[in-house]
Design a protein around this ligand. Structure first.
Ligand SMILES: CC(C)(COP(=O)(O)OP(=O)(O)OC[C@H]1O[C@@H](n2cnc3c(N)ncnc32)[C@H](O)[C@@H]1OP(=O)(O)O)[C@@H](O)C(=O)NCCC(=O)NCCS
Length: 288
């Protein structure tokens, strides 16, 4: 696999000024980070911070301030207690951070960093282990790119944030939830074969939520940047014979009915999603 700097527009990740961070209580630290994936992207030692120490509350505040701004448009800001009870205690938070003395005043304002802050978080990914063997659930992803003026972001920040979290914890299977038409769908589909578990989810606050399961395959991760189709995908899957229209509730319900009738498992093609508008209809696939 290529080093990150070989991909266009990723030279911002120098491993010095900008580094991955892991906000994790001591007991949840992963032993042997990154040993399951052949990905030469994250060799720099991450910045570790322990959320159980009062001295790190400013870092937590910065993460939460950024998150609240990133999710304000969708009205899905994470309550502080959810951050603690459902993220910090069972799992961990990871992302990228910039050295405070190199951060622009705009970035410091975004997280409301204190003068003495050493690192300013630029993104966050929260992942929690589930009761399924080797299975985790991605609970939150956000990137400061959604908050800075166009042209001033760090290309690939959101994608690399999740890639780092999966890499760090050697995650084989990652479930998650996202809303149809969210730009995050373009990211989530690129970590491995993307199975749709629910297409219409009335038990969620937003029924037009898509639940997915990915068997992580780091050999495919670079395709997010090259936008090339995956030969492995076309070898393994064929068209299911119908499409799903992300803009049409009846189409989501019809897809959900097929899932519940056990006509699947059903998969989406990451390359199609990457290269078309978010509201365009998507082909659905089944294993060959
Ligand atoms: C969704 C999100 C995480 C994406 O992160 P990001 O750092 O902006 O994205 P990356 O730089 O990794 O990816 C870049 C690609 O995604 C595309 N992208 C990012 N935001 C987009 C948007 N709002 N609309 C369309 N495409 C978008 C970029 O155009 C780029 O594609 P290109 O190579 O074709 O130009 C970020 O926008 C965000 O935090 N949004 C608010 C919170 C949220 O919705 N989180 C997802 C919850 S499931």
């Amino acid at each position: 696999m290529k080093a990150l700097t070989e991909f266009e527009k990723l030279s911002w990740f120098d491993g010095e000024t900008i580094k991955p961070y892991v906000f994790v209580r001591e007991e949840n630290r992963i032993k042997g980070p990154g040993t399951s994936f052949d990905v030469p992207w994250f060799e720099a030692n991450p910045v570790y911070k322990n959320p159980l120490l009062t001295s790190n509350v400013d870092f937590a505040n910065q993460i939460l301030n950024m998150e609240a701004k990133a999710f304000s448009a969708s009205q899905m800001e994470m309550p502080r207690w959810v951050f603690y009870d459902c993220a910090i205690m069972p799992g961990f938070v990871a992302g990228f951070a910039i050295k405070a003395d190199k951060a622009s005043p705009e970035l410091r304002a975004m997280t409301q960093a204190k003068t003495e802050a050493e690192w300013i978080p630029l993104s966050l990914f929260i992942i929690i282990p589930t009761m399924g063997e080797g299975e985790w659930v991605a609970h939150n992803l956000c990137s400061s790119n959604s908050l800075v003026p166009k042209g001033q972001g760090l290309y690939g920040l959101g994608f690399l944030t999740k890639a780092f979290g999966l890499w760090y914890a050697n995650i084989e299977t990652c479930c998650g939830m996202t809303q149809w038409k969210s730009p995050a769908v373009k990211l989530h589909t690129h970590y491995g074969d993307f199975e749709v578990l629910t297409a219409y989810t009335p038990v969620h606050s937003y029924a037009k939520t898509l639940t997915y399961r990915v068997r992580t395959n780091s050999a495919e991760w670079g395709r997010f940047f090259t936008k090339e189709p995956s030969p492995a995908f076309s070898e393994r899957y064929q068209l299911a014979g119908f499409q799903v229209d992300p803009t049409d509730e009846s189409s989501l319900k019809a897809f959900q009915a097929k899932i519940e009738q056990k006509q699947g498992p059903f998969y989406l093609d990451s390359n199609q999603i990457r290269n078309q508008d978010l509201d365009a209809p998507l082909d659905v696939f089944i294993p060959k």
